[in-house]
Every structure is written in structure tokens, then in C-alpha cells.
Ligand binder design. Structure first.
Ligand code: TXA
Ligand code: MG
Length: 325
């Protein structure tokens, strides 16, 4: 853990800010969130303004526990109860039919709401003292790499956010897994809970997303550092790094420890252990922008366990970027 974890005075101050309608930087086990009162449309509007997030990207409502679902969703199917009992608090968001507390500012035009119970002592303390639900996207500017420390939030949004609580480095390091349960269980975003674990709780397979309407706001390009990223297999990596070197471009490499790195290539991160890779991935992507490199060469991990979320985030970081116009 880096930094000092927020104490009671800081938590009380954050709750005052939230009650006044001002968003705060909130540590969670996945990534840091930019949290606001989920029942106050002006406060939720501030989240969009500060992040530069386009409308039509619904937000996740964070609650203190599974017993607080009342009013947020209109119906809790048995499979949602089973997942909540097995995996909350934790890095799992459930998309359920919305109830009266889930306002349009949070859900947009959707008939559903995403809810999650974070597993972090500071987030839990804030939620308990605040008493309501907190809408919280990742606390980064839209499209950029999510923050995994209070210092990351300060670097991205420090000018716009008065209170940023420090809860140390995020231990999961990638966002929550999102599962929709308004009909057949469906994976909307791989994340901090492995799909295999969710399927073992449900006793059946998750379906995949079925088109853009199922995952509003999930764009091809996202989680992107400024430096370009090239995704490779371990076998092709050395030759590709050598070719960049021949062109006078220094590569920063994310891949297994055994990988041979030729020429001017340097190592950004080691991917031998999936949870550790997930935990540190966004740190490496931020390091890439600070390092003296021209390109990131990243070896994709296996598509199992947390490797699935890592692959998803790397693919989005490497996707063609929209023209900034
Ligand atoms: O780990 C996390 O989930 C972090 C931390 C801060 O809790 N939060 C997070 O929020 O990743 P955000 O806003 O970066 O991603 C939320 C995603 C949206 O892009 C959207 O695709 C999905 O959740 N989402 C939210 N409400 C939804 C809904 N009603 N139906 C389908 N997808 C929804
Ligand atoms: Mg985000």
C-alpha cells in the first residue's frame, strides 16, 4: 500500500462533500472511483462534466451491502441473490431491472441499473456514513487509463475534485466484472471476478454481449495511454521488438519474464501471474507515458481467469483511437 489510508476526519469530510453534491475521489479494490450521490441528478451531472464523459454511458451504483438493494432494483432474481451472497463485497457489478431510486441521470434511457458492493475499507466506511448509493465511474478523464492510486486521481482530476481519499494501491487493479441478469445471465465486461468463478456459482455458462445496446458506453478504444500499443504473441515478440529497434523506435515490453528482449527494448512489466498482471497493468500503462519509449509491445496472456480482463483492457488500449477532431 502506498500513502496513508484515509482516517475518520477525511472520511467525514468526503461525506460532507457528497451531501453538498460534490464528487469525491474514492478508493475501491478495483480502481479509484469518482463518486457522487446517485440520487442527486446535479451531482451525477458533475461526474460527467469532470470526466468529460459523453452522455449515454450509464453509471454503476455502489452500495454498502447486498441488503441495501431495496428500491434500486425492481426485482432480484435468485441468480442475483446467489452471486451477491457468494461474491459481494467484491469486484462484481450486477445489471438488474431498475427501481425508483435508480434515476435517469445514472441509468440513461435503460430499463436496468448496474449495482455493486465494493470490498475496500475506505469505500465501505464512506458508504456506511453516507447512507445512500454512490454512482462512481473510474476517476480518470474519459478514454484514458483508470487510476489505481490516490496520486493517479490527483494527476488526472486534482484540479476539479476537492477531496480525494487515499486507500493505498488498488489490489485488484482492473474494473469489476459486469453481469446482466435482467434475463439470461450475460457477461457485459470481463473484470476482477473470473468468469469461471461466476459460472461455478450459477452452475451454467454466461452468454456473451449481444450487440452494442447491451454494453452502452463500451467503446473499442478505451483505457489508452498516449504511447501506441502493439499486441503480440510470445513467439513473435522478439522479432517485432527487433524490427522497431531497426526503425529507431524503442519498445517498452509487457510479457513473460522468460521473453528475450533484443536491442533498445526495455521491460515495463512481467505477466507470469494473472492476478499480479491485473493488479499492475494500469500502472505499467501509465509508466509507459512517462518512460522514454516510442511503443509498447504487449504479449497477450491466456484467456482464462483474470487473463480475460487483462486481454480485454489491452485490446481496448491498442484499438484505433477516435480522431480527437
Ligand atoms: O470496478 C468498477 O466497476 C469501477 C469502480 C470505480 O467501481 N467503476 C467503473 O465504472 O468501472 P465505469 O463507469 O468506468 O464503467 C461502468 C460501465 C459502463 O461503461 C457501462 O457499460 C456499464 O458499466 N453499465 C452501467 N450501467 C449499465 C446498465 N444499466 N446496463 C448495461 N451496462 C451498464
Ligand atoms: Mg472507466
Amino acid at each position: 500500500m502506498s500513502g496513508g489510508a484515509a482516517g475518520h476526519d477525511e472520511i467525514a469530510r468526503a461525506v460532507e462533500e457528497l451531501r453538498a453534491g460534490r464528487p469525491v475521489g474514492l478508493p475501491t479494490e478495483t480502481v479509484y472511483g469518482l463518486a457522487a450521490d446517485a440520487e442527486n441528478p446535479e451531482a451525477v451531472g458533475e461526474i460527467y462534466r469532470i470526466k468529460g464523459r459523453p452522455p449515454g454511458h450509464p453509471l454503476i451504483v455502489h452500495l454498502a451491502d447486498g441488503a441495501s438493494l431495496d428500491g434500486w432494483c425492481s426485482e432480484v432474481p435468485d441468480e442475483a441473490t446467489a452471486l451477491a451472497e457468494a461474491l459481494w463485497p467484491g469486484p462484481l457489478s450486477l445489471v438488474l431491472l431498475r427501481g425508483p431510486r435508480a434515476i435517469d441521470a445514472v441509468c440513461g434511457a435503460h430499463s436496468t441499473v448496474a449495482v455493486r458492493v465494493p470490498d475496500h475499507p475506505v469505500a465501505q466506511a464512506v458508504l456506511r456514513e453516507f447512507g445512500g448509493g454512490l454512482a462512481a465511474p473510474s476517476a480518470n478523464r474519459f478514454g484514458k487509463v483508470s487510476p489505481t492510486s490516490a496520486a493517479d486521481v490527483g494527476a488526472d482530476l486534482g484540479d476539479a475534485v476537492g477531496v480525494i481519499l487515499d486507500g493505498g494501491d488498488s489490489v485488484v487493479g482492473v474494473e469489476s466484472t459486469i453481469v446482466e441478469l435482467s434475463d439470461e445471465p450475460r457477461l457485459l465486461r470481463p473484470g476482477g471476478v473470473p468468469v469461471e468463478l461466476i459460472e461455478s456459482v450459477l452452475g451454467r455458462s454466461l452468454m456473451g454481449p449481444d450487440g452494442p445496446s447491451r454494453a452502452p458506453g463500451m467503446l473499442a478504444s478505451h483505457y489508452a495511454p498516449d504511447v501506441p500499443i502493439r499486441l503480440v504473441t510470445a513467439d513473435e515478440a522478439p522479432a517485432i521488438i527487433a524490427r522497431f529497434d531497426d526503425d529507431g523506435r524503442a519498445a517498452g515490453v509487457i510479457g513473460p519474464r522468460a521473453l528475450e528482449i533484443p536491442g533498445s527494448g526495455t521491460r515495463l512489466g512481467v505477466t507470469d501471474d494473472e492476478p499480479e498482471t491485473a493488479r499492475r497493468l494500469y500502472r505499467w500503462l501509465r509508466d509507459a507515458d512517462a518512460a522514454d519509449i516510442d511503443v509498447v509491445v504487449a504479449v497477450l496472456p491466456s484467456d482464462t481467469g483474470l487473463g480475460r480482463a487483462v486481454r480485454d483492457r489491452l485490446a481496448k488500449a491498442a484499438a484505433p483511437r477516435p480522431d480527437p477532431g
